[in-house]
Design a protein. Structure first.
Length: 278
């Protein structure tokens, strides 16, 4: 221990540190500058592309997806450039990254499946932002189609995130895809009531609502002689935005008018007969 030169060792370490800083310090600073500048540029480029697509009136879903993809792709290029500035062999790094990516891909196959499904949703455009859909057993208005999930807002204002793979792997119902919708109602009357009277009331109520479209023509017809009622189908067409309002108003008008004009609406009931045994 007596022969150990502490001062010489410290001096040697400081000399090596100064050499390392001289050789790699500047590279590190330049790499950090490249990464920071690249990060800012990637954000601005993605935002610029989004604005250009918005002015071209491209669908909001496609704008959001494209903007995110461009941002992450540019960020990857910037990261590789920064690593190259540090003197890291990028070719070897990419090979290692590819092998690691394969392992990670196997571990994250569900996430990659969601990503691939997100691409399919964008390309095939099953729905757009603002559409009301039913997917994977959940109904709501589409707020965003992200890389791995789709964001829905339910009618009672809950936010639901549905994995993209669950959407493409099941039935997709786009309720608001078309400009018009048909209201399907089944209205029953008693067997003692007059069919012509009931049909006249239904046709009059349908014709009185200005929100109901003339083309296609509404349908009012006897559809079934059921166990306890004679059933009519009432099928008017309306603008998609008027669907629920017209449906609610029409149901109420039918009940109130039937009551006023003496037409009965049967309901399930049972007759119980009691016999006294002697």
């Amino acid at each position: 221990m007596a022969g150990f030169d502490i001062a010489g060792t410290v001096q040697s370490m400081l000399h090596m540190l100064s050499l390392w800083i001289g050789e790699y310090g500047i590279r590190l600073v330049v790499a950090l500058v490249i990464f920071y500048v690249g990060l800012v540029i990637s954000r601005k480029v993605a935002a610029l592309v989004g604005r250009i697509m918005s002015k071209a009136k491209v669908d909001d879903t496609l704008i959001c997806f494209t903007r995110n993809m461009i941002h992450y792709m540019l960020l990857t290029v910037v990261g590789i450039a920064a690593l190259g500035q540090l003197g890291i062999n990028v070719t070897s790094f990419l090979a290692v990254l590819g092998a690691a990516g394969l392992a990670v891909g196997l571990a994250l196959k569900d996430s990659l499946s969601n990503f691939a499904s997100g691409v399919m949703l964008i390309l095939f455009r099953f729905f757009r932002v603002g559409d009301y859909v039913t997917v994977a057993g959940t109904s709501g208005t589409v707020k965003a189609v992200n890389l791995f999930n789709t964001e829905l807002a339910t009618p009672d204002n809950q936010k639901v995130y549905v994995p993209n793979s669950s959407i493409t792997g099941g039935v997709i119902v786009n309720v608001t895809a078309n400009d018009t919708r048909r209201i399907d109602l089944v209205v029953g009357i008693g067997y003692g009531d007059k069919i012509s009277q009931a049909q006249g009331i239904l046709e009059r109520l349908v014709a009185a609502d200005s929100r109901i479209l003339e083309t296609p023509a509404p349908t009012v017809a006897v559809s079934e002689l059921a166990d306890s009622s004679v059933n009519f189908v009432v099928r008017p067409w309306v603008a998609t935005g008027d669907y629920w309002a017209v449906r609610f108003d029409l149901i109420r008008a039918i009940k109130e008018t039937f009551d006023e004009e003496g037409v009965s609406i049967p309901f399930p009931q049972q007759d119980v007969h009691l016999f006294n045994e002697k």
